[in-house]
Design a binder for this molecule. Structure first.
Ligand SMILES: Nc1ncnc2c1ncn2[C@@H]1O[C@H](COP(=O)(O)OP(=O)(O)OP(=O)(O)O)[C@@H](O)[C@H]1O
Ligand SMILES: O=P(O)(O)OC[C@H]1O[C@](O)(CO)[C@@H](O)[C@@H]1O
Ligand SMILES: [Mg+2]
Length: 526
């Protein structure tokens, strides 16, 4: 094996015994995992294991094998995998209708020749659009030293000409899990509206996440009339929760209720659940599909341009940053601190800092920092007060967790509950300036839940609309165990495991983080 470089080419160099066979490449089956960064030896080991697992030998034509492996991994599961005998029927989704929708009408839709509105099953979208010329190019992801161009195609989302469910037999259910996120109601609304466009009559909302599958939680019948205005408010019409029943009980409940089309809105955890439900349905030979819609303001789902709610979160976060700036700038030696969400990914903090242009120090989970010492954050804040009289710090909730006391607590889903880095930084700043006898007026703003409870802004509203509609198109097309996403501005279907193998994180070597550093002017605090 000719592994000499992982992640960005500069991350790690391992001597290669057979020089001419050496290749420098990035293991980008999900890029470098955060836990790999702990120790160099473990990075090498984990990378070798990963390459080994993929069964690839990156020889001269390694890129071809990578490409084939990619195609295999990104194939999306279909009902016909288990039921090869199923034959599709012409779609009932048609925007050229001249009559109102009647149950199971099949006669009013023109064929594809008459209406170019259907997506072909073989249509694809390119996942990566940059051709790197060298592994040392900023952000390069290469499988060999030449950075050979690999075409990575993923399935295009949208309505198909042939569908695998008659609308009259569909019993659809929608569930929203995890934490709140702007846009949940927009997606619920679009799923319901699109299902009705296909002619579906039985649509149910399950309440409070996966807990809604329990017998004692009443469900909500959904229709266009019920969801018409729900997008005007934040939150979720259906409610959310963490934890809840196991996969077997969920699928038992689906069978009891006769649910054969399940739409699951949630983050990484929810999607792991959705994939398990899909597998269990397959095992039980149920003619049922499970389709996810990624929901996370943290923007921590792999491979997508962004997830819905993120834009809104960034926009709202700026209000808090602006307030912190005004407070700090109006005070004598003012320091404003804003804590934003981001359990393991600092996207909201990074983008809000970039957007506001008012942040002097942006701290994210992906980049370690010292508070104390000559290169620490506190010393830099002192410099800022001395030179520009005020400073604004924007910190993601998952940043600097090595500096705060561990809580050892987990939430109902098993996620670790973090210590409050915002409060910790506030206290440390106060202590530091008191000790050096310098006045500092510290104001701390934690807008996290205010941001999460907002209604979606216009850009997220559009994203939610497209994702919700595509979820329904995917389900009718017979795909299951998939999720919808936006990729290079086009809309696609991904197999769930590929987007949740780990959390998407800010790459400290990415151009975006470099832009953020350029904008704030902060040093590296080490
Ligand atoms: N590995 C898993 N397998 C099956 N179900 C899971 C798994 N992880 C989490 N879940 C279930 O998914 C639901 C949501 O999980 P979680 O609370 O982690 O939120 P999430 O979907 O990751 O969203 P958020 O971004 O808000 O954290 C919970 O009901 C939880 O029980
Ligand atoms: O308080 P809750 O509901 O557990 O949610 C907090 C978490 O939810 C998230 O917003 C993700 O949805 C994280 O950023 C945050 O850690
Ligand atoms: Mg989660």
């Amino acid at each position: 094996m000719s592994l000499i470089s992982i992640g960005n080419a500069s991350n790690l160099l391992v001597n290669c015994p057979v020089q001419w066979k050496c290749k420098s490449f990035t293991v980008f089956r999900g890029s470098v995992r955060p836990e790999w960064k702990i120790r160099r030896e473990s990075v090498v080991k984990a990378a070798l294991m990963e390459v080994g697992r993929s069964g690839m030998d990156f020889g001269e034509s390694g890129w071809k094998e990578y490409q084939e492996d990619f195609e295999r991994r990104f194939r999306i599961p279909h009902l016909t995998d288990s039921f090869p005998e199923l034959s599709p029927i012409p779609s009932t989704f048609c925007l050229k209708r001249r009559r109102p929708i009647i149950d199971d009408y099949f006669d009013c839709c023109p064929s594809a020749e008459q209406w170019n509105g259907y997506v072909n099953n073989d249509d694809r979208v390119l996942l990566k659009v940059i051709k790197y010329s060298s592994p040392t190019s900023a952000g390069a992801e290469c499988v060999d030293g030449n950075c050979s161009w690999i075409e990575q195609w993923v399935h295009r989302a949208g309505p198909r000409e042939k569908i695998y469910f008659r609308p009259g037999e569909v019993n659809a259910a929608i569930v929203t899990c995890g934490g709140l996120c702007p846009g949940l109601n927009d997606v619920i609304r679009q799923i319901v509206i699109t299902l009705e466009m296909y002619g579906v009559k039985r649509i149910t909302g399950l309440r409070f996440g996966y807990r809604g599958f329990s017998k004692d939680v009443p469900e909500i019948p959904l229709s266009r009339a019920v969801v018409q205005n729900i997008h005007l408010e934040g939150g979720s019409l259906l409610g959310v929760s963490r934890g809840g029943p196991n996969t077997k009980d969920i699928v038992d409940s689906m069978q009891e209720r006769g649910v054969n089309m399940l739409f699951v809105l949630g983050g990484n955890g929810t999607h792991a659940g959705a994939n398990a439900i899909h597998e269990e349905c397959r095992k039980r030979r149920m003619k049922a599909v499970v389709v996810g819609v990624p929901k996370t303001i943290d923007n921590d789902i792999l491979l997508m341009d962004k997830t819905f709610g993120f834009d809104t979160a960034v926009e709202e976060a700026q209000r808090a940053i602006n307030s912190a700036y005004i407070e700090a700038n109006s005070a004598y030696h003012g320091i404003g601190i804003v804590k934003l969400m981001g359990r393991s990914s600092g996207y909201i903090a990074m983008h809000a800092s970039l957007a506001s242009g008012q942040v002097d120090v942006c701290l994210i989970p992906e980049v370690s920092f010292n508070l104390h010492g000559p290169n620490g954050v506190l010393r830099h804040l002192r410099h800022l007060l001395e030179t520009k009289r005020s400073a604004v710090v924007c910190v993601a909730e998952g940043a600097g967790q090595n500096l705060v006391e561990k809580t050892n607590a987990t939430d109902a889903s098993g996620n670790i509950v973090y210590g409050d880095i915002g409060v910790h930084i506030q206290q440390e700043i106060k202590k530091y300036f008191k000790n050096i006898g310098m006045l500092a007026d510290v104001k701390y703003i934690d807008p996290t839940y205010m941001i999460r409870a907002c209604r979606a802004n216009a850009s997220d509203g559009i994203l939610c609309t497209v994702l919700g509609q595509n979820a329904v198109h995917g389900a009718f097309a017979g795909y299951s165990g998939i999720t919808v996403g936006i990729c290079n501005t086009h809309y696609v279907y991904f197999p769930i495991p590929e987007v949740i193998s780990h959390s998407r994180q800010v790459d400290p070597n990415s151009r975006m983080w470099h832009r953020c550093l350029t904008s704030t002017g902060q040093p590296d605090f080490f």
